[in-house]
Design a protein around this ligand. Structure first.
Ligand code: 6R9
Length: 659
């Protein structure tokens, strides 16, 4: 698409109506909004009936002690029973739950009946290792079936899990083990990444030498790569370390799940936050499972008999918890689990897997979509992607250019794209189009899903009118909400509930367009103040990426004596563009000025080869601000690749331009 036609498309605010057949057979119709608006709690009580309870709840929400919510408090259920056993009991034991694809190409398909056996054995093994209801288990695994099995085994015995992403260091692992006071760790010798084995167990060994980790009794180790532990720098500690194949494989396949209170802790998941120690976000059982099951069915229109779902997130992030493990499995879905990176061994690997497994619903992040755009349209074009019927996006604002590319080149210009806004803290999807109902708009997450109350307010906590911008808030409690920060109720209150009385402040900026649809504008900490104007980093980035020579962009505000802040942009060019092209910077500045007005024109633009990102793909603007303000770099430990920053810093003097 030419740049001009894209601009026209956006100017028209073109909407894409739901495909007629999808709308006719959709799981959710527009009535759901009316029903939820008329009786919100009644709506959620009805959604809770999707689950199998051993004691049906009679209470829906207890909000007598805000911000501490209880949902379905007198109900009892077992999460693993809901995600596994009940599907077998319903006669679907032969349905594939997980199509696993290892990075080296090894595969394993696990039916619900097999999953029931595996989860039961792992639960029995954890009990043998002394894990009791309420004990915390840390899970530090690659994307292999044992990660899902371990999570469900923990849920089955009521032991809250704490996943630590396999890319995190020994230090990050130690901090999380310590904070949650974990008793057992489940890990692997390693996993495969970019064509090579990548060790994990040595990081566990190192973490367990740190103070505060003394209560870890056992380390259960999956053999995945078969590498020598000693060569990888680890040690086997007799009496503490045990192999999965020694301990789990010999267990009985029988385990009777016990029902737990709806408010029993299900998991802790740490989010790094910009300052201070990581926050252990606590999620509980009944409300969480209700919302993730409902949203997975409503937002992805899941038909468990025929769909093949694939969420590309890592299980170590909340997206993996809610939309690889708990939502899809509660709904009896068939899904793909892929261990590796999208470009190993070639840049078409994802699309090859879509073709191989006949994936119908695909859920990924904008950063990945932009990477695929950069690699070129011809790559997905080599594969048969005709099975796809719904595409999802999560993790960052998706710029209209990437949205349209995704729909056109992956979705054959026909599949709805659902841009889903939510957070680790919200547990499940909160704002998103519904594929059979909403006419979608490129770049906008649009409206809160039925039963969720979100709005945009100003500094005085007043709703902004259509066309206005401000802070995104949630005005009513929701079933999958975090219950607290593990061990720190006061920090929970202060972080989320103190900025605006009685409202949950998500930390994101947003605007409402003329139709009242919500557009996310990034973290408010990232909003720039230029000569008295608030300018969103997201909007300037989106304008830059709409230029045909730009693949990706990150924008920050740098302190400026004249204008308070000035806009500094870091851009990655598309394959054919030349970084030394003198005219390009001027062209890009003019392009932004045309799209957003002269005030939003970046003062400096630097071309770079890579951008600093967290391991879940979010741009670390804090580090770019350090560069733009010539400061020493702050904490780089959550960066995927710290050499990126060296590269960017060396580029600094030559590539900048002043007004
Ligand atoms: C699920 C997840 C949460 C933050 C959130 C926001 C950003 C996520 C988004 C989005 C715009 C979307 N975010 N989805 N921004 N549009 N569709 O990503 O959780 O890792 O906790 O991050 O991600 O800034 O506040 P988490």
């Amino acid at each position: 698409m030419s740049n001009e036609s894209l601009a026209n498309l956006l100017r028209e605010e073109r909407r894409f109506a739901p495909p007629a057949d999808l709308a006719a057979n959709a799981n959710v119709t527009s009535e759901a909004y009316e029903q939820a608006a008329a009786d919100r709690l009644g709506f959620w009580a009805e959604q809770a009936r999707r689950l199998s309870w051993s004691t049906e709840p009679t209470e829906t929400l207890d909000w007598t002690n805000p911000p501490f919510a209880k949902w379905f408090a007198d109900g009892k259920l077992n999460v693993a029973y809901n995600c596994v056993d009940r599907h077998v009991e319903a006669g679907n034991g032969d349905r594939v739950a997980i199509h696993f694809e290892g990075e080296p190409g090894d595969t394993r398909s696990i039916t619900y009946a097999q999953l029931q056996d595996e989860v039961s054995k792992a639960a029995n093994a954890l009990i043998e290792l002394g894990v009791r209801t309420g004990d915390r288990v840390a899970i530090y695994l690659p994307m292999i079936p044992e990660a899902v099995i371990s999570m469900l085994a923990c849920a089955r015995i009521g032991a809250p899990h704490s996943l630590v992403f396999g890319g995190f260091s020994a230090d990050a692992l130690a901090t999380r083990i310590n904070d949650a006071d974990a008793r057992v760790i489940i890990t692997a010798d390693g996993g495969y990444r970019r064509g090579k084995p990548s060790a994990l167990k040595p990081a566990v060994d190192e973490a367990l030498t740190r103070p505060g980790t003394e209560n870890v009794r056992s380390v259960l180790v999956v053999r995945r790569t078969g590498q020598s532990l000693e060569e990888a720098g680890g040690v086997w500690t007799e009496g503490r370390d045990v192999w999965w194949h020694d301990v789990v494989d010999r267990q009985s396949e029988q385990h009777t799940p016990e029902a737990f209170d709806a408010e029993h802790p299900l998991f802790i998941l740490y989010t790094s936050g910009t300052t201070g120690k990581p926050k252990g976000i606590l999620h509980t059982t009944g409300g969480y499972l209700t919302q993730v099951a409902y949203t997975h069915s409503a937002v992805f229109d899941l038909k468990p008999e025929t769909d093949v779902f694939w969420c590309t997130a890592d299980v170590g992030w909340v997206t993996g918890h809610s939309y690889i493990v708990y939502g899809p499995l509660a709904n009896g879905a068939t899904e793909v689990l892929y261990e590796g990176t999208p470009d190993t061994p070639h840049q078409g690997r994802w699309w090859e897997l879509v073709q191989k497994y006949g994936v119908t619903i695909f859920y990924t992040a904008p950063t990945a979509i932009r990477a695929c755009m950069k690699w070129g349209d011809d790559i997905p074009a080599k594969f048969d992607l005709s099975s796809l019927r719904i595409l999802g996006s999560v993790g960052e604002p998706i710029n209209p250019e990437a949205w349209i590319w995704y729909r056109k080149h992956i979705g054959a210009d026909a599949t709805p794209v659902v841009d889903t806004w939510w957070q680790t803290e919200t547990g499940g999807i909160m704002i998103s189009p519904l594929p059979g109902v909403t006419a979608t708009k490129p770049g906008s997450a649009q409206i809160a899903v039925p039963g969720i109350c979100a709005t945009v307010i100003d500094d005085e906590a007043k709703d902004v009118p259509n066309g206005g911008g401000g802070y995104l808030v949630l005005t009513e409690p929701w079933p999958a909400m975090l219950r607290t920060i593990w061990g720190d109720d006061q920090r929970y209150r202060d972080t989320y509930w103190s900025r605006f009385e009685g409202k949950y402040f998500a930390g994101d900026g947003a605007k409402k367009d003329d139709d009242g649809d919500i557009w996310l504008l990034g973290r408010v900490d990232d909003v720039m103040l230029v000569s008295g104007h608030n300018i969103s980093t997201t909007e300037v980035e989106s304008a830059l990426v709409s230029h045909p020579k730009v693949a990706e962009a990150a924008v920050v505000g740098a302190a400026d004596p004249q204008t308070t802040q000035s806009i500094v942009a870091f851009v990655i060019l598309r394959g054919t563009a030349n970084a030394e092209d003198e005219g390009l910077v001027a062209e890009l500045r003019a392009h932004v000025a045309k799209a957003l007005g002269p005030i939003a024109k970046p003062k400096r633009i630097m071309t770079v080869a890579e951008l600093p990102k967290t391991r879940s793909g979010k741009i670390m603007r804090r580090l770019l601000r350090d560069v733009a303000e010539n400061r020493e770099l702050g904490d780089v430990t959550t960066l995927t690749d710290s050499s990126v920053m060296d590269l960017i810093q060396t580029k600094l003097p030559s590539a900048s331009t002043e007004d």
